[in-house]
Design a protein around this ligand. Structure first.
Ligand code: HEM
Length: 685
C-alpha cells in the first residue's frame, strides 16, 4: 500500500513538473541577441531540486554564485528561480526596476492566499491592500520610533538579564522572550502574549518556508482532502488559531481603551485611527498589527544568538566592546539614547548580521514581465532571490568575508568604514533588510532591540566557549587580534574610543570582585525569601518612557529562581545551553517537539546531498527554515562584576513589584496543545 502511494505521488509530481516544464519552455523563447542566464543544468523535470540540500541551502546557492556569476538562474521543478549574489545587481534589478520586480510568489501551503487575503503584509501582491497596509506600517513605525519605542526594549532588558542570571540554561527562551515581549508590548501594550506570539511565528515560518510545510514542496496535495493530508489539517488549525489569537488581542486592547488603561501600542493606534487607515474590517487591522508582531518575533532573536556564537568563536574582540560599554554606561544598563556614543557596539551588531544573516536566502520577489539585464533574459514570473549570504560576503567589499571582524566598520583601512562614527555603522538601509519597494518595514525596531539587547548582554556578561565549543573553535583558522583601535576625528567629538585591547579580568579576579561586593547590602544570605517594604520608583534610565506605570508602595516577597542558594546569585554561571525545559504534559510535549528551540529532527525530504556534505563548520549549525537561527550550543556566561548583578536584581524587583513583568499567558482551553480547533501545532524544524 505504502509503495503504491509513493509511486502515485512520484507520478503526480512528474506530470505536474512536466506540464510546468513545457509551459516554461514556451515562455522562455529567446528574443534575438538575448541569452539565457547561466546556471546549473539540472535534471529533466525536477531541474536542480535534487542538488539543493535541505540544510543550509544558502551554501549551495552561494557555491553556484561563485561558479556562474552574480546573477544566475536555477530551474526548480519547472519554476524559474533567479539568484542575485551582488548588492549592485540587486540594487539595479530589485531597486531601480522595482516596478517590475516587487511581486511576491504564491505560497501553496497557506490556507489564506498570501497574495490577496490581506493577512500577510510581507507576502502580499502589490495591490491596494498592500499599499494601505504599508502606509499603516509607516505610521506605526514612525510614531513608536519618535517615542523611543516607549522604552519597552530597556524595560525588558532588565527581565532578560535577570532571567539569564537566575536560569542560564534557558538562554534560548530568555533571548527569544526578550524580543517577543518587546514586540508584544509594541503590538498590544502587554508582554503577556509573548509565548503565544513566538509559537505563531514558528508555525507561520514553517507554513511559508520552501522546505517547511510539505504542501510547499508538493503543491498539488492542497487539492486532496484534509483527512488524507495531515499537512493540510495542520495548516487549517494554524490559520484558525492565528486569526483567533489576533482577534482576542485586538479585543483586549479595545476593552482597555474603554477603561482608559490601554498603554501605547500599534493596536491602540489602529483602534484610535480606524477610519483613516481605510482598512476593510477590524480583522484587517488585527492582521496588520499581528504580522508586525510575527515579523519581529523571531527575526531579531536570531542575531542575538549569532552574537553569542561569534563571541565564543572570535573572543579576541570582546574586551573592546566591554571597554566602550563600561565607559559610556558605567553602572547602568545601555539605553537607546546611547546609540551615537557607541560605534563599537553598533559595529558588533552590524558585523553579526553580516557574518550570519538572519534571512540568508532573502525573501523572494517575483517578476511581472520579461526583462533583459545586460543581455540576459529574466523571464516573467521568475522568483527573484537576493542571496543575502553571498551579498554580505562580496570579497571586494568585505575582505576575508568569512571572518567575524567588527573592526571592518571601525578602521579606515577597510572599504566598509564610514564616518561620522556617531551615525555609522548602522544596520538600517542595509541589504539584510531587502530591496526596493518591499524593503523591511521594521528596521527601526530591529535596530533598537539589537542595540539594547546585545548591549545589555555585553554590559552584564563575559561570554566564552564551553570546552566542547572551544574544541570546535580550534578547528577554525585563527584570525589576528587587533592591536589597537584608531581614534577618528568624528569619534573623538562624540566619545573617546578605546586606545587598545584590555586584558579581560581572570576568573579569580572576578570572583574576588564578586565576593567583595556580594550582597549583604541587598540579599539576605540566610533566607530563601526576600521580604521588603519599598517605595518603587522608575529608574532614571526609564523615566522618559510613556508606557510604564506609576510608582507605588508595595510589600513584596522575592524568590530568586534557579540560584544555587535561594536568595543569592551564583557567582559564576556555566551556561549550558540545551533546549528549553519542555512543557510538562505529554500532550504539550508532543506539541513542542522539534520546535526551533529544540534540536532539528530528521526531515523526510532531506536530500542525498545532506549525507554527502562534508563535516560542517561548527558555527554553521543553523536551523534550516527561512530565518536562520543557531541551534542550541554550549557556552559560558560570566557575570562581569557583582555590582551589575545587584543593579539588575534591584531593577527587576522594582518592576516586578510594579506589576510590569507579567507572566506569559495561555490562550487555549486545554493548555498550549489546545483542542481540536485552536492550539499549538507540531513543529518539525
Ligand atoms: C533583524 C531583523 C529583521 C530582518 C533581518 C528583516 C528582514 C526583512 C527582509 C529581508 C524583508 C523582505 C524585503 C524584500 O522583500 O526585499 C523584510 C520585510 C518586512 N519586514 Fe523585516 N526584518 C527584520 C525585522 C523586522 C521587524 C522587527 C518588523 C516589524 C516589527 C519587520 C517587518 C517587516 C515587514 C512588514 C516586511 C514586509 C515589507 C513588504 O513586503 O512590503 N521586520 N524584512
Amino acid at each position: 500500500m505504502a509503495l503504491i502511494s509513493i509511486i502515485a505521488v512520484v507520478v503526480v509530481v512528474a506530470v505536474v513538473s512536466f506540464i510546468n516544464y513545457l509551459n516554461n519552455s514556451k515562455k522562455n523563447q529567446l528574443p534575438a541577441g538575448v541569452q539565457r542566464l547561466p546556471g546549473p543544468k539540472g535534471y529533466p523535470i525536477l531541474g536542480s531540486v535534487p542538488d539543493v540540500p535541505d540544510k543550509n541551502s544558502f551554501l549551495k546557492f552561494h557555491e553556484w554564485g561563485q561558479q556562474y556569476g552574480p546573477i544566475y538562474q536555477v530551474n526548480l521543478a519547472g519554476h524559474n528561480h533567479v539568484w542575485i549574489t551582488r548588492d549592485s545587481v540587486a540594487q539595479e534589478i530589485l531597486g531601480k526596476r522595482a516596478a517590475n520586480n516587487s511581486e511576491r510568489p504564491f505560497i501553496p501551503s497557506l490556507q489564506a492566499d498570501n497574495r490577496n487575503s490581506g493577512h500577510y503584509l510581507p507576502l502580499m501582491s502589490r495591490n491596494e491592500l498592500w499599499t494601505r497596509q504599508r502606509k499603516f506600517a509607516k505610521q506605526i513605525m514612525d510614531k513608536s520610533s519618535a517615542n523611543a519605542f516607549y522604552n519597552y526594549p530597556e524595560l525588558e532588558s532588565v527581565r532578560l538579564l535577570f532571567e539569564l542570571m537566575t536560569d542560564p540554561s534557558r538562554y534560548n527562551h530568555a533571548l527569544e522572550s526578550f524580543i517577543s515581549r518587546v514586540t508584544c508590548r509594541l503590538g498590544w501594550g502587554t508582554a503577556a502574549p509573548s509565548d503565544e506570539l513566538k509559537q505563531r511565528a514558528r508555525e507561520l515560518l514553517i507554513g511559508v518556508s520552501p522546505n517547511g510545510a510539505l504542501t510547499n514542496k508538493l503543491g498539488f496535495l492542497k487539492k486532496l482532502p484534509e483527512a488524507i493530508v495531515p499537512a493540510k489539517a495542520w495548516e487549517f488549525r494554524r490559520y484558525r488559531t492565528e486569526s483567533r489569537f489576533f482577534t482576542i488581542l485586538q479585543n483586549e486592547v479595545r476593552e482597555k481603551l474603554k477603561s482608559k488603561t490601554a498603554p501605547e501600542s500599534w493596536m491602540r493606534h489602529f483602534l484610535e485611527n480606524k477610519t483613516a487607515t481605510g482598512f476593510a474590517s477590524d480583522l484587517e487591522g488585527a492582521y496588520a498589527v499581528g504580522m508586525h508582531g510575527i515579523a519581529g518575533a523571531l527575526t531579531i532573536a536570531a542575531p542575538m544568538q549569532s552574537f553569542c556564537l561569534a563571541m565564543c568563536h572570535h573572543p579576541q574582540y570582546q574586551s573592546i566592546l566591554h571597554e566602550e560599554i563600561d565607559r559610556v554606561c558605567g553602572d547602568r544598563l545601555p539605553k537607546l539614547s546611547d546609540m551615537p556614543d557607541m560605534p563599537v557596539l553598533r559595529a558588533f551588531i552590524r558585523e553579526t548580521l553580516r557574518w550570519r544573516p538572519p534571512v540568508p536566502t532573502g525573501i523572494p520577489h517575483e517578476s511581472v514581465k520579461d526583462d533583459i539585464y545586460e543581455g540576459y533574459l529574466i523571464p516573467a514570473g521568475s522568483v527573484m532571490h537576493p542571496l543575502e549570504w553571498s551579498i554580505s560576503r562580496d570579497p571586494e567589499v568585505f575582505p576575508e568575508p568569512d571572518a567575524f571582524n567588527p573592526m571592518r566598520w571601525l578602521e579606515t583601512k577597510y572599504p566598509t568604514y564610514q564616518e561620522p562614527l556617531t551615525k555609522y555603522p548602522t544596520i538600517t538601509q542595509y541589504s539584510q533588510f531587502g530591496y526596493g519597494r518591499r524593503i523591511c518595514a521594521g528596521m527601526g525596531v530591529a535596530e533598537a532591540d539589537l542595540f539594547v539587547g546585545i548591549g545589555s548582554l555585553a554590559w552584564m556578561f563575559s561570554l566564552s566557549a564551553s570546552d566542547a565549543e572551544a574544541e570546535k573553535a580550534a578547528e577554525l583558522p585563527k584570525e589576528p587580534v587587533p592591536s589597537s583601535l584608531p581614534v577618528h576625528k568624528e569619534a573623538k567629538k562624540a566619545t573617546s574610543l578605546p586606545s587598545g585591547i584590555q586584558t579581560p579580568p581572570s576568573e579569580t579576579e572576578i570572583e574576588e570582585q564578586l565576593d567583595e561586593h556580594f550582597s549583604e547590602k541587598m540579599l539576605p544570605a540566610d533566607t530563601s525569601m526576600l521580604s521588603r517594604k519599598k517605595t518603587v520608583k522608575k529608574p532614571k534610565s526609564l523615566e522618559s518612557g510613556g508606557g510604564l506605570s506609576r510608582a507605588k508602595t508595595v510589600t513584596y516577597k522575592l524568590r530568586l529562581p534557579g540560584s544555587s542558594l535561594p536568595g543569592q546569585f551564583p557567582a559564576f554561571f556555566e551556561q549550558h545551553t540545551g533546549p528549553d525545559t519542555p512543557p510538562s504534559s505529554p500532550k504539550a510535549r508532543t506539541a513542542m517537539a522539534g520546535t526551533p528551540d529544540m534540536p532539528a529532527v530528521d526531515n523526510m525530504f532531506n536530500s542525498a546531498a545532506d549525507e554527502k556534505a562534508s563535516k560542517p563548520d561548527p558555527t554553521l549549525e543553523y536551523s534550516s527554515l527561512l530565518i536562520a537561527k543557531p541551534l542550541p550550543f554550549k557556552f559560558n556566561m560570566k557575570i562581569r562584576n557583582k555590582k551589575k548583578a545587584e543593579y539588575v536584581a534591584r531593577e527587576w524587583m522594582f518592576y516586578k513589584m510594579d506589576g510590569e513583568f507579567e507572566d506569559s499567558k495561555c490562550y487555549w482551553e486545554g493548555g498550549n496543545a489546545g483542542n481540536k480547533m485552536y492550539g499549538w501545532g507540531e513543529v518539525h524544524k
